[in-house]
Design a protein around this ligand. Structure first.
Ligand SMILES: C[S@@+](CC[C@H](N)C(=O)[O-])C[C@H]1O[C@@H](n2cnc3c(N)ncnc32)[C@H](O)[C@@H]1O
Ligand code: SF4
Length: 348
């Protein structure tokens, strides 16, 4: 299979690569399924990583997000990112930020990342026991240095009970001069399955928070996105209708024209051992980059094929995918809440 044509129906735009399974933190909500140190031995080697990068870059030019676990916990991370850049890929770094000091800041700048996605909830000394509130002890200097070096700075925050601090989060993002604020709906998989119901949000609080997020988005002070939040698109339509506004790119930006989840149609995930998934929370293996060319997986695998077959009805495809993921979630109150949110009508 040759290189992908730009603008093709399933043009690959974003690849998240779990460059290292291990992490220096243990956030209780983390979706990583392979957390055991034993499994970290299966992380791709530098050579394997480069083979994957070659295979990807010869097919398409997506943004390659170096994620994890914690990517900065990987010794050869800058070697790999420079290699990816030399192959024409745009690179970004998804990090918990805790390993960044001045020398790391300089290395990140030199590596030429287009952007950095900072997970804010992890910026505390002891994030392992609970969701955390914002520490007020932020590594502002390096954030500002990276921003001033021209990197696109995005703050990610996974939503759970701690979002009572949501206004602080927003103010912080503005104060830091972040380009984007993305909120992640908690997906109760991996370690996240074990999150106690009292740390999760009940359905009505999701409504409150997503309505709050809609208001912030309308202020257009920075780019916003609610991830893994199909219900946000329903709320956006309800609110716009209530305000008598016709939804369009001009009024609501990209949110008005995206169909929401792009897993498998423009986005995919590559695990620490080379498996390709359409969604990082749903480890259905489409292929393995250590055994076959990336293009073969993206264009020829049954897993992607089946998803795209149902694309005409993307809402149902996505809902079905999440409901399928929910089968792995133990029965209980939080599963019911989750399903209720996911199956709420998108276009009432
Ligand atoms: C898995 S982390 C990897 C990169 C890096 N260690 C970090 O924390 O940003 C990427 C993002 O996924 C989010 N995440 C992890 N598990 C999640 C879950 N179960 N539901 C929603 N978001 C989750 C994290 O909060 C983080 O923003
Ligand atoms: S969310 Fe990120 S920082 Fe937290 S444990 Fe998972 S990989 Fe590590």
């Amino acid at each position: 299979m040759g290189p992908q044509k730009l603008g093709s129906r399933h043009e690959l735009r974003l690849v998240f690569w779990v460059t290292r399974c291990a992490c220096n933190l243990e956030c209780i909500h983390c979706h990583r399924l392979d957390v055991a140190a034993e499994l970290a031995k299966q992380d791709m080697t530098s050579e394997q990583g480069m083979v994957f990068i070659d295979s990807l870059a010869s097919f398409a030019k997506p943004i390659l997000v170096f994620s994890g676990g914690e990517p900065l916990f990987r010794r050869d991370i800058f070697e790999l990112t420079c290699y990816a850049k030399s192959k024409g890929l745009t690179t970004a770094l998804a990090t918990n930020g805790t390993l960044i000091d001045q020398s790391m800041t300089d290395r990140i700048i030199r590596a030429g990342f287009e952007g950095l996605r900072l997970a804010l909830m992890a910026l505390v000394p002891r994030p392992t026991t609970n969701f955390v509130v914002f520490p007020g002890l932020l590594p502002v200097p390096w954030f500002v240095s990276l921003r001033n070096a021209g990197m696109s700075m995005q703050i990610n925050c996974t939503l759970a009970r701690h979002v009572v601090e949501k206004d602080k989060l927003y103010e912080l993002a503005l104060d830091l001069g972040a380009d984007a604020l993305h909120v992640f709906m908690l997906v109760p998989v991996g370690c996240g399955v074990e999150i106690s119901p009292e740390n999760q949000l009940p359905a009505e609080q999701y409504e409150t928070i997503l309505n709050w997020f809609y208001d912030r988005a309308r202020e257009s002070k920075l780019q916003t996105k609610a991830t893994c939040a199909p219900h946000y698109y329903r709320i956006m339509r309800e609110r716009a209708k209530g305000e008598g506004i016709k939804l369009s790119f001009e009024t609501h930006g990209v949110d008005a024209v995206t169909r929401g989840c792009l897993a498998g149609s423009a986005v995919c995930f590559v695990s620490h051992k080379g498996e390709v998934f359409r969604c990082g929370y749903l480890p259905v293996i489409a292929g393995n980059v250590l055994r076959q060319p990336f293009s073969e997986i993206w264009e020829g695998s049954t897993v992607f094929g089946q998803l795209r077959d149902t694309e005409e009805n993307a809402v149902f495809a996505n809902t079905r995918m999440f409901v399928k993921a929910a089968e792995h979630v133990p029965l209980g109150k939080h599963r019911t809440t989750w399903l209720k949110n996911l199956t709420a009508p998108i276009n009432p």
